[in-house]
Design a protein around this ligand. Sequence first.
Ligand code: SAM
Length: 296
Amino acid sequence: MARNDHDSWDITDSVGATALGVAMARAAESVCDCPLFTDRYAQFFVDAAIQRGWDSSAIASQVPIVKDYAAVRTKWFDEYFIAAGANGIDQVVILAAGLDARPWRLPWVSGSAVFEIDQPQVLAFKADTLAARGARSTARYQAVPIDLRADWPKALREAGFDPSTPTAWSAEGLLPYLSATGQDLLFERIVALSANGSRIAVEALGPTALDPDYLEQGRQYLRGVQGDADAANVHDLMFMEKRTDLRPWLTERGWAVTVIEALSLMQRYDRPPDHALKDVAPRNVFIEGRLHTARR
Ligand code: SAM
C-alpha cells in the first residue's frame, strides 16, 4: 500500500505490521539456544494478532532474513537504556515503540518514567494484549498515542514529560518510515526537548543504504524466499530518500556522538550475516549521542 503524509494504521496493516515482524524476530531469538535477550512478551503479540485473523505468512517468510539483525539491534538498545539508567537518567522516551516490550522486561532504575509514542491503534493493541496477560511494567509507564508527524511534543508534555530533566531517547526501526523532511523535524523537536545530560540512540540509514544495486539485490532475494514476485516488500512502506547525516548534525548542536555500523555490531555479538545474506544485510548504522554542554 502506497504511503502518504496522513496515513495511519492498525497493528496488522501497512507500517503497523512491521512491528509484528520485529515481534516475530524477537520471539524467535528468545527461544534459540543462546539468546542475546529474552522477550517473553513478543510471542504474546504475535499470537494475539493471529487470533484477530492476521495472516502472518508474508512476514514470517522474511523473519529468517532479519532475525539476527533484529536480535543484535534489540541488544544494543537494551544496553543503551541500562547504561543511561545506571548514569542517573530516569526519564525515557521510546519513539515508534511498536511492540517493544522494554517497559515490561528491562530492569529500570526505581521510579523511572517511560513514555512510548506510536500510532493510537498500535498502542491500543499492545495495551490490550499485555493486560490480557496480566503484564506489569517495571517502570512508571505512560503511553502517548499519537502520530509522530503530528504535534507529539505537546502530547508528550501533557502526558507528564519534563523537558528540564535529562532524557534517554530512542528511535529504533523508525526513520525509514518518515520522509526526509519528517525526520529533520523529528530531530529538531527532540533537541528542543532535551535537557543537558540527555542521551539518544538511533538506528539510521548508512551512507550506502540507498544504493540502487543493493536495493535490487534485496528485492530479488526476497522474491526468491517468498516465491512470489508480488509479495509485500517492506521497502514499499519506506521513504527511500537521502537523509540528513545525523552525526555532524547532532555534533553541531553539542551532542557527543559515536557511530557503529550494523555489520560491526553483528560481528561484535558474534552474529555476522550468513553467507547468503551478506549482500542484502541491512546497511544501517547505530548512533549514540550524549548532550553535555559546558558548565561554568
Ligand atoms: N521500535 C519498535 C521495535 O523495534 O520493536 C517498532 C519498530 S516497527 C519496524 C516500526 C514502528 O514505527 C511501528 O510500530 C509503527 O507504527 C511506528 N511508526 C512509523 N511511523 C510512525 C509515525 N508517523 N507515527 C507513529 N508511529 C510510527
